[in-house]
Ligand binder design. Structure first.
Ligand SMILES: Nc1ncnc2c1ncn2[C@@H]1O[C@H](COP(=O)(O)OP(=O)(O)OP(=O)(O)O)[C@@H](O)[C@H]1O
Ligand SMILES: [Mg+2]
Length: 239
């Protein structure tokens, strides 16, 4: 396949805590192309977050081969991995993970601080990112002064401010009411239409309906992989 963003071949991962061993991933094979919007579903404990953490280079596989944008992850050192996470991948989590002492603007600026982008440029780009998610007038507020949906939109702005090609979200609507969830999914859909590759974990089929591809993970394995046309995606997401 052309322009593969992610290629996983026979990925295994076992956690060891004391005497207990738990094999969370059992031979995952997965290809994801640029521009796909993939939802990962499956029961609690099935290995979804483990898979996402390995794809996002937040954790390491025990065995198997992982190519990200054509490079074998095993050839990258810690600095190169950190750079990749900062420049190429945006992350959104269920619990928002915003820093409470910073304003929304300050939170969105953070990835650019790590990337050593100058202050003025940072403020401008952070403001543009907040504006893109409809939060321009909330820029100077702290996370505890805004709603859950607004917090998550700020987290998306933070994830997108470096313009990563890949956006990963682990249960991004898990703490939101259904209206805010729909709003957030519309933001994801717009980003996907503008070219961002998205991988999102969810328990809810109404949320997965926004994706173009749905994977089911059960007991550390992908047991189903279905694609839906944009047309079907639009219809389902609207109804
Ligand atoms: N850091 C860890 N140390 C030990 N075991 C872990 C660790 N992280 C996950 N596990 C175990 O690995 C398995 C897969 O966990 P994972 O978090 O990937 O599941 P999940 O599908 O994301 O579940 P949920 O839907 O509840 O978030 C579970 O049995 C879990 O207990
Ligand atoms: Mg999880």
């Amino acid at each position: 396949m052309d322009n593969l963003v992610i290629s996983l071949k026979d990925i295994w991962k076992t956690y060891r805590t004391g005497l207990i061993e738990l094999t969370a991933l059992k031979g995952i094979n997965l290809d994801i192309a640029a521009g796909e919007f993939t939802a990962i579903m499956g029961p609690s404990g099935s290995g979804k977050s483990t898979l996402m953490n390995i794809i996002g280079c937040l954790d390491q596989k025990d065995s198997g081969v992982y190519h990200l944008n054509g490079s074998d992850i095993k050839d990258l050192n810690q600095n190169e991995l950190a750079l990749l996470r900062n420049q190429e991948i945006g992350f959104v989590f269920q619990s928002f993970n915003l820093l409470p002492k910073l304003t929304l603007l300050g939170n969105v600026e953070l990835p650019m601080v790590y990337a050593a982008i100058k202050r003025k440029e940072r403020a401008k780009r952070a403001m543009d990112a907040l504006d893109a998610v409809g939060l321009a007038q909330w820029a100077e507020h702290r996370p505890n002064e805004v709603s859950g949906g607004q917090k998550q939109r700020a987290a998306i702005a933070r994830a997108m401010v470096m313009k990563p090609a890949l956006l990963m979200a682990d249960e991004p609507t898990g703490n939101l009411d259904s209206q805010s969830s729909t709003d957030i999914m519309k933001v994801f859909q717009e980003l996907n239409r503008a070219g961002t590759t998205i991988i999102l974990i969810t328990h809810e089929s109404a949320i997965a309906a926004f994706a173009t591809r749905i994977l089911q993970v059960v007991d550390g394995q992908i047991v189903s992989d279905t694609s839906q046309s944009r047309q079907a995606q639009n219809k389902k997401a609207a109804g």
